[in-house]
Design a protein around this ligand. Structure first.
Ligand code: MTE
Length: 302
């Protein structure tokens, strides 16, 4: 996002996604890595009424075209390197303005009733995907720590493991990756912690073992491999806003009417499709979430 941008790249340099995938298959094949994946345990999940009816992208699309800068800034590096992150044991410390602060092990998180949530994901770079997540409402977790009346915001942090994350050697962002939500956004039923996709445990490149998914916001809000959640009275600093405050605001609601300073946000390319689609306000979730922002100037609060 900060390195090269759609508008900076001449069209002649852009590899069509299908060619890119074939090339990757070939690279993996020649490295001898294209072996059958060890069968992973299926995650039991009920269907959710919050799922979109849009056709999900393939598992191949979802797991080979990623942003996870801790493992490199190009789209194929997370799939190549994210497996280095040790995800067992794993704990998420939840504290701050909480009556009952505590840590949750990944085993405890997997015991929350899981749902399959098929959500659209709109990246700020101008592409989108449809992903069948497995997860549970963030609200279910936060209620267990008893937020105090001073808890107005929620801050999230990705684990920082320089020995396992080759990308953090470069100070592309001020590590650890940080994100935040207002308390009402965090408690909204659409906001989930995801522990899987396509019915199986989350692949490393998608944020194993647990990541946030906020479907009406640009994808960078959906922070991966979370190790800490802190309830706060004040709005927390966030990685992309710190890196480029004029380009990435705190709210980052998908908004076709507010252009990124260097490109339009009016349309998007769904990975796997040829023609562009119009971007929808709040990524198509306006009926459920527009009320959270009533009376706010969404041009100022971008
Ligand atoms: N979380 C961390 N820790 N580091 C990152 O670089 N990239 C974000 C978000 N979460 C990112 C992250 C961006 S820009 C996007 S678009 C989504 O992850 C991509 O999620 P996906 O790879 O599962 O599609």
């Amino acid at each position: 996002m900060l390195i090269r941008h759609p508008t900076d790249i001449p069209p002649s340099e852009i590899t069509p996604h299908s060619v890119y995938l074939n090339r990757r298959q070939f690279m993996l094949g020649s490295a001898g890595l294209l072996l059958p994946v060890a069968s992973m345990a299926a995650l039991p999940a009920s269907k959710s009424r919050y799922s979109t009816t849009d056709k999900p992208n393939s598992r191949q699309d979802i797991t080979s075209y990623n942003n996870y800068y801790e493992f490199g800034t190009s789209k194929d590096e997370p799939a190549l390197y994210a497996g280095r992150l040790k995800t067992r044991p794993w704990t998420v410390a939840v504290g701050g303005e909480a009556g009952k602060p505590r840590s949750f092990s990944i085993e405890e998180l997997l015991k929350f009733p899981q749902e399959e949530r098929i959500y659209r994901l709109r990246c700020v770079e101008g592409w989108s995907m449809v992903i069948p997540w497995v997860g549970f409402p963030l609200a279910s977790l936060l209620k267990q720590v008893d937020p105090t009346s001073r808890a107005k915001y929620v801050a999230f942090e990705t684990a920082l493991r320089p020995g396992e994350m080759p990308g953090v050697a470069r100070r592309v962002l001020d590590w650890p990756y940080r994100e935040g939500l207002r308390m009402d956004e965090a408690m909204h039923p659409l906001t989930i912690l995801a522990v899987g996709l396509y019915g199986e445990a989350l692949p490393g490149q998608n944020g194993a073992p647990v990541r946030l998914v906020v479907p009406w916001k640009y994808g960078f809000k959906s922070i991966k491999s979370i190790s800490r959640i802190t309830l706060l009275e004040k709005q927390p600093p966030t990685s992309w806003n710190m890196a480029a405050p004029s380009e990435y605001g705190f709210y980052s609601n998908v908004n076709p009417a507010v252009d990124h300073p260097r490109w339009s946000q009016a349309s998007e390319r769904r990975i796997g499709e040829f023609l562009k689609r119009k971007t929808l306000p709040f990524n198509g979730y306006a009926d459920q979430v527009a009320g959270l922002y009533r009376g706010m100037d969404l041009v100022k609060n971008f």
